[in-house]
Design a protein around this ligand. Structure first.
Ligand SMILES: Cc1cc2nc3c(=O)[nH]c(=O)nc-3n(C[C@H](O)[C@H](O)[C@H](O)COP(=O)(O)OP(=O)(O)OC[C@H]3O[C@@H](n4cnc5c(N)ncnc54)[C@H](O)[C@@H]3O)c2cc1C
Length: 337
């Protein structure tokens, strides 16, 4: 295990901002992770964990120790008709999805091509096209930062919600996910109700889809719709879709009859943040190398040498506009460091 000093983090996040880590270490085992945490503790330095860096905006140099999570490994066991897969936190999420689909197993196919690592997936309960990782989640092994002891959390202990978990709140900065176990199925139980997916399957002439068909449809849709971070720096959706009360929604439709919306089981209403931002005229905005993607109002982009502070400034101006026009608060999905 080597601890390097003054390392440029541009290659470690999908936004690609240049910012220096005071110290950086790549950990490939639980023991190395423990050693890294002890080292940071002894130096009285803060520590920060980074997986694929696809949900982080760097607004300046990072003091302390940046720990790059690269705990690899896959294990599988069967449980009746289901398969339990346990993956190291550093495994690449999309590689695991692809592997399960190649075996003909279903459960993760709607979440193909989400960037990042397995260990970060429970953190914000990633999801796409009508499915969240929580639907396949069995448990995760979590290292307590103070003691180095690993315990197993079941789904209930993780308190998953829409882009939410206990790791984002009560356990932020005190717990690190070191492996995750998912349940996938030999018999397909596919979710194809999401409009884009249904349309893509129809366009492909698929009537009775397999997990592979859904995976291919999702990959094709995402390649068409989302900017590739290897071409334009970004971190996917910058904001969460806001959920408002029925009364707030009724007030909003008094002036915006056409507002797209999704009524939730509890009567509250989810609004597409992209529509709110687009309606405020932000889509395609650019100032220097920082901007809002021309086709995806929810995605803020770094066209080259934007600084994190410039992206954050645009984000704050968008939030202010949406608040003033709709009375709706946009919450950031991206972690700002
Ligand atoms: C083009 C693009 C499309 C995207 N599409 C989606 C989408 O459809 N749905 C979706 O939900 N998200 C999406 N995202 C966001 C992102 O891919 C996910 O949030 C992903 O899970 C982040 O993984 P990561 O390894 O890159 O995490 P990082 O960005 O490295 O870290 C994110 C946060 O998790 C913490 N963290 C990382 N690893 C661990 C660990 N092992 N234990 C504890 N904390 C940890 C970090 O400290 C940080 O706070 C997209 C991003 C991009 C760039």
């Amino acid at each position: 295990m080597t601890i390097d000093r003054n390392v440029d983090l541009a290659p470690y996040t999908t936004f690609g901002m240049h910012a220096a880590a005071e110290y950086l270490v790549v950990v490939t085992s639980r023991d190395e992770l423990r050693q890294a945490l002890v080292w940071a503790h002894e130096q009285t330095l803060p520590w920060h964990i980074l997986g694929g860096g696809s949900n982080v905006l760097l607004t300046g140099d990072v003091s302390g120790l940046v720990i790059i999570m690269r705990l690899m490994g896959r294990e599988m066991s069967t449980d009746g008709d289901d398969i339990l897969i346990t993956c190291g936190a550093g495994e690449v999420w999309h590689d695991i999805v692809t592997w399960t689909v190649e075996q003909g197993w279903s459960g993760l196919e709607n979440m193909a091509l989400i960037p990042g690592t397995i260990g970060a997936a429970p953190m914000q309960n990633i999801g796409a096209y009508g499915v969240e990782q929580a639907s396949c989640f069995v448990s995760c092994d979590v290292m307590d930062v103070a003691t180095g002891i690993v315990t197993t959390f079941d789904r209930q202990a993780c308190a998953f919600g829409y882009r939410e978990s206990v790791f984002k709140h009560a356990l932020r900065d005190t717990a690190i996910i070191v492996s995750v176990t998912y349940r996938v199925h030999r018999s397909a139980n596919l979710v194809t109700s999401y409009r884009d997916v249904a349309d893509e399957l129809r366009a492909n002439g698929v009537d009775t889809p397999t997990p592979r068909d859904v995976y291919d449809a999702v990959v094709a849709i995402r390649r068409r719709k989302l900017p590739d971070p290897t071409e334009i720096g970004n971190a996917g959706s910058f904001f969460k879709n806001p959920v408002v009360s029925r009364e707030a929604f009724d007030a909003l439709t008094a002036t915006h009859l056409d507002a797209p919306h999704y009524v939730q089981a509890d009567g509250s209403v989810k609004l597409p943040a992209a529509w709110l931002i687009d309606t405020c005229g932000w889509k395609g905005y650019r100032s220097g190398d920082a901007g809002v993607h021309a086709r995806q109002a929810l995605v803020l982009v770094n066209y080259g040498s934007a600084r994190g502070a410039e992206i954050l400034d645009i984000a704050q101006r968008i939030q202010a506009d949406v608040r003033a026009r709709f009375g709706v608060e946009l919450e950031r999905e991206v972690n700002v460091w």
